[in-house]
Design a binder for this molecule. Structure first.
Ligand SMILES: CC(C)(COP(=O)(O)OP(=O)(O)OC[C@H]1O[C@@H](n2cnc3c(N)ncnc32)[C@H](O)[C@@H]1OP(=O)(O)O)[C@@H](O)C(=O)NCCC(=O)NCCS
Length: 321
C-alpha cells in the first residue's frame, strides 16, 4: 500500500475512489465538487491523503482548514479531518491509521497546533481516533419541544424562507452576531454562498430569515420533513429575532411531532427554550474530537485550549465537516 495526495490521483483510479467512499458513507463527492471546495479555500493544500494498492484507491481522508478564534481572541486556522474511510474488505490492516498519521505529520509541518474531527462516539472509528490521541471536546446538547406551539399571531420580526440572494447577507450576519466570541468564527467569507454553489443546499427549504425594521436580524438553518423539524444553526443579532425564529421552526414541525434545537443554539437560547418548556439532553452521541499536534494533552486541557468548555464557544451546522 502507498499513500498519495489528491493531485497524484490517476484518472483510472476514479471508480475505485468512488467505490471506497460509497462503501464507507453511501455517497461520494465527484472531483468537480472537491475542486470547487478547494478553490473556496477550506481544504488543505494537498486536499487529502489516499491509500492506493494494485492501482486502486482503498482508503482516504480529506484535510480541512478553517478559521478559528481561540479563547484569547487570536484567530488562526484550525486543521480538520473529514471523510475518513477505507474499503470494508480491507479493514483492520491499518489503512485509516496510516492515512491519519500522514495527515498529522503534514499538518504539524504546516504549523497547526490542533487537529479536529466530527464523529459518533458509538462508532468503531471513535476508538481508533482515541488511540491516535484525539479527545472528545464537545458533545452537542439537544433541546426538544414538549409540544408544537399553536401558531402565534405574526408580529415583527417577520420570518420567511431564504432565497439565494439572502445568503451573502446571512454570511455577514454570522460575523456580526458572533463577534467577540470564539470557536468557529469568523467563518470563511462566503460559507453559505459556497455551500449552496458546491453542495447544492436549498436556501428556500433549509433557511428561515427574520427581518425587522428593514434589516435581516437573524436566520435559522432547519432540517424539516414530514417527521421532524431540527434547527442546527440559529444566528441572531437581537433577542426578538431568536423568539420569532424559534416560533417559525416550531411551525415547521409536523403536527403530532416536536421541534428540536442543537449545537450552539441550545446554550445561546437556553433561557428562551426553557421558558417555552423544552426538554433538554445535555449531550448527544455526535462529538467534536481534537488532538494537540505539538505535545500531549488530556481531554480537559484540550477542551480548555480550544474554549469548547465555555458558552461563548460558537459552533453551528455549517461548521461540521
Ligand atoms: C473507520 C474506518 C475508517 C477504519 O478503517 P481501517 O482501515 O479498518 O482502520 P485501521 O485498520 O487503520 O484501524 C486502526 C485501529 O483500529 C482498530 N479498528 C479497526 N476497525 C475497528 C472497529 N470497527 N472497531 C474498533 N476498532 C477498530 C484496528 O484494529 C486498529 O487498531 P491498532 O491501531 O491498535 O492496530 C473504516 O472502518 C470505515 O471506513 N468505516 C466506515 C466509515 C466511517 O465510519 N468513517 C469514520 C467516520 S468519522
Amino acid at each position: 500500500m502507498r499513500l498519495v495526495t489528491y493531485d497524484d490521483l490517476q484518472p483510472e483510479w476514479e471508480a475505485s475512489r468512488a467505490a471506497t467512499q460509497l462503501s464507507a458513507f453511501g455517497s461520494f463527492l465527484p472531483k468537480t465538487s472537491i475542486e470547487a471546495w478547494r478553490k473556496q479555500g477550506s481544504l488543505s493544500d494537498y486536499v487529502g491523503v489516499f491509500a492506493v494498492e494494485r492501482e486502486q484507491v482503498i482508503g482516504h481522508a480529506i484535510g480541512v482548514r478553517l478559521p478559528y478564534t481561540y479563547p484569547d481572541g487570536t484567530v488562526h486556522r484550525i486543521s480538520g479531518v473529514a471523510m475518513v474511510g477505507s474499503r470494508p474488505d480491507e479493514s483492520g490492516r491499518g489503512i485509516a491509521r496510516r492515512i491519519l498519521e500522514e495527515i498529522h505529520r503534514r499538518e504539524r509541518r504546516a504549523g497547526f497546533d490542533h487537529i479536529t474531527l466530527w464523529t459518533n462516539r458509538s462508532w468503531g472509528s471513535h476508538g481508533i481516533y482515541e488511540r491516535l490521541g484525539y479527545h472528545d471536546v464537545f458533545q452537542s446538547p439537544f433541546a426538544v419541544s414538549r409540544r408544537v406551539q399553536a401558531p402565534a399571531r405574526p408580529k415583527p420580526p417577520q420570518v420567511r424562507p431564504a432565497t439565494p440572494a439572502d445568503l451573502p447577507v446571512l454570511d455577514r450576519l454570522h460575523g456580526e452576531a458572533t463577534h467577540g466570541r470564539w470557536g468557529f468564527t469568523p467563518r470563511p467569507p462566503n460559507l453559505l454562498v459556497d455551500e449552496h454553489r458546491i453542495f447544492h443546499t436549498d436556501p428556500k427549504t433549509n433557511f428561515l430569515v427574520a427581518r425587522e425594521g428593514g434589516r435581516v436580524t437573524g436566520f435559522a438553518r432547519v432540517d424539516a420533513d414530514r417527521f421532524r423539524a431540527i434547527c442546527r444553526e440559529l444566528v441572531v443579532t437581537r433577542p426578538s429575532a431568536a423568539k420569532a425564529l424559534i416560533g417559525a421552526v416550531e411551525q415547521k414541525a409536523p403536527s403530532a411531532s416536536v421541534a428540536a434545537f442543537t449545537l450552539s443554539s441550545v446554550r445561546d437560547q437556553g433561557e428562551e427554550l426553557r421558558g417555552r418548556g423544552y426538554f433538554f439532553v445535555p449531550a448527544g452521541w455526535y462529538v467534536l474530537m481534537a488532538r494537540p499536534l505539538r505535545r500531549e494533552g488530556g481531554a480537559k486541557d484540550v477542551a480548555h485550549e480550544l474554549g469548547t468548555d465555555d458558552p461563548r464557544w460558537v459552533v453551528h451546522a455549517g461548521d461540521q465537516f
